[in-house]
Design a protein around this ligand. Structure first.
Ligand SMILES: Cc1cc2nc3c(=O)[nH]c(=O)nc-3n(C[C@H](O)[C@H](O)[C@H](O)COP(=O)(O)OP(=O)(O)OC[C@H]3O[C@@H](n4cnc5c(N)ncnc54)[C@H](O)[C@@H]3O)c2cc1C
Length: 415
């Protein structure tokens, strides 16, 4: 069913009886060409496998419901303000895919390019942002360096003269912004379903069928499913799931929390990030401030967080914009993020033939969803990495080719 203004009008005057379910609820078949585990990036992968690479026998298996993972739990920020050559072109491809996604999927995922400003608080940090901005522009992305007055014009409410963290300027990417997170999962699922991809919810993968170093399918809570190729994209469950295939990953699982305030009048021009701590905030179309900060400091497989992190995040917010001290917090939740040791992701084959891995997305995999799905589909379908994801290899630590965007070393909470 194609969505359009005409369809809304027609359904509106005829009792809304003609709307079709957005996707089927198929029983899993015994065999597919390709099985993708996890319906976040995995859902996008399923779509691109069918759309771009002509694969018609594809299933996406999801242990919970569609959108129950981080794809429906994040703070919705999209951007491509990366510096390193292994990252920048990849995230720029993603931003370009976001820009055309609603037309492509025929679904309103509320792409809003309201801009993102990374605030800086010292001359040294401003120099580092200038370098990052130049790297972005060299690879075709947009970037603008704002001085203090430039930031003040856009965000007069910030605490510019905070004694510890004075604001000295910011790096502005106007094409960055927000996208409604769970609508992305629904949009990809609907479009993939239309191309014949089976989305099987409530289907947990509990093992891999591996013999002689080759993967021939998966064991699930809904029976054995054979497949010529299996792709895994399960975020914070990466360590647990890949251990079923005998792999130990350079990834730690942590909880990352998100917070939403009561609705306020429009105040924020776009996304703002605090450069002297972990705090980022945007304002949703309903008026709520949507914000987050650091990961909870211990490893966990629980999708819920703790109060000390809430306090820490709110302190960051107060340092930046004291006006939020009078705002009431409405709700909060946690997601399970896969923190890699250099802060960059993996899209790679594994040592098991026919088994592919996608993970290590840290705080920032939502913005990557289109490019990650596209590049993972490319890898699975063609058995060769897409050029913009070629550096995202599992063996990069052994090779000394870490992609340490922040230069922070192997400490997950600093990425
Ligand atoms: C609070 C929070 C805020 C964030 N904010 C941002 C942001 O503003 N911008 C940004 O770019 N990124 C952000 N992120 C990160 C981003 O959400 C993730 O990196 C991204 O969504 C990861 O995508 P994924 O497909 O790997 O994971 P998910 O969307 O979590 O998908 C993995 C799926 O695998 C399923 N699964 C797990 N185990 C199994 C199994 N055994 N069998 C079958 N299925 C299984 C899970 O149920 C899950 O649905 C945030 C994350 C959180 C938690």
């Amino acid at each position: 069913m194609r969505y359009s203004a005409w369809t809304i009008f027609k359904e509106g005057i005829s009792g809304n009886g003609g709307w079709k379910p957005m996707w089927r609820e198929p029983e899993p078949k015994g065999e597919y060409d390709i099985v993708v585990v996890g319906a976040g990036h995995g859902m996008a992968t399923g779509y691109y496998l069918a759309k771009e690479f002509g694969c018609r026998s594809v299933a996406v298996l999801e242990k919970g419901w569609l959108g129950s993972g981080n794809i429906g739990r994040n703070t919705t920020i999209v951007r491509s303000n990366y510096m390193l050559p292994e990252n920048q072109p990849f995230y720029e491809l993603s931003l370009k895919l976001w820009e055309g996604l609603e037309q492509e999927l025929n679904f309103n995922v509320m792409v809003s390019q309201r801009g993102i400003i990374n605030l800086c608080h010292s001359d040294a940090q401003r120099d580092a942002f200038a370098r990052r901005g130049n790297a972005m522009r060299l690879s075709g992305a947009d970037a603008e360096l704002l001085d203090r007055d430039g930031v003040r014009r856009l965000c007069p409410f910030l605490n510019f003269d905070n004694a510890r963290f004075p604001i000295t300027g910011g790096l502005w990417q106007k094409r960055g912004g927000t996208v409604r997170h769970d609508a992305v999962a629904w949009g990809y699922a609907r479009a993939a379903d239309g191309l014949g991809v089976d989305l099987v919810q409530n289907c947990e993968v509990t093992g891999f069928l591996i013999s002689n170093g080759t993967c021939a399918g998966v064991e699930t809570t809904r029976g054995l499913i054979k497949a010529k190729k299996v792709g895994v994209a399960v975020a914070g469950s990466s360590g647990r799931v890949m251990s079923l295939a005998g792999m130990r990953l350079p990834i730690e699982s942590h909880v990352l929390q998100a917070f939403v305030s009561e609705g306020l009048k429009p105040a924020l021009p776009g996304v703002l990030t605090f450069g002297a701590g972990h705090f980022y905030v945007s304002q949703s179309d309903k008026g709520g401030l949507v914000f987050g900060g650091d990961i909870d400091g211990y490893n966990s497989y629980a999708q819920r967080g703790n109060l000390p992190t809430l306090e820490d995040v709110c302190e960051g917010g107060m340092a930046l914009m004291p006006m939020i001290g009078r705002t009431r917090l409405l709700r909060m939740w946690g997601g399970l993020v896969d923190m890699s040791m250099d802060g960059s992701p993996f899209i790679d084959r594994t040592h098991v033939e026919g088994l592919y891995f996608n993970g290590g997305w840290n705080y920032g995999g939502f913005k990557a969803t289109p490019a990650s799905g596209y590049c993972f589909a490319h890898l699975i379908a063609r058995d060769s990495p897409h050029p913009v994801a070629a550096g995202m290899r599992l063996d990069r630590f052994r090779q000394g080719a870490a992609i340490d965007e922040k230069g922070a070393g192997a400490q997950p909470n600093l990425h």
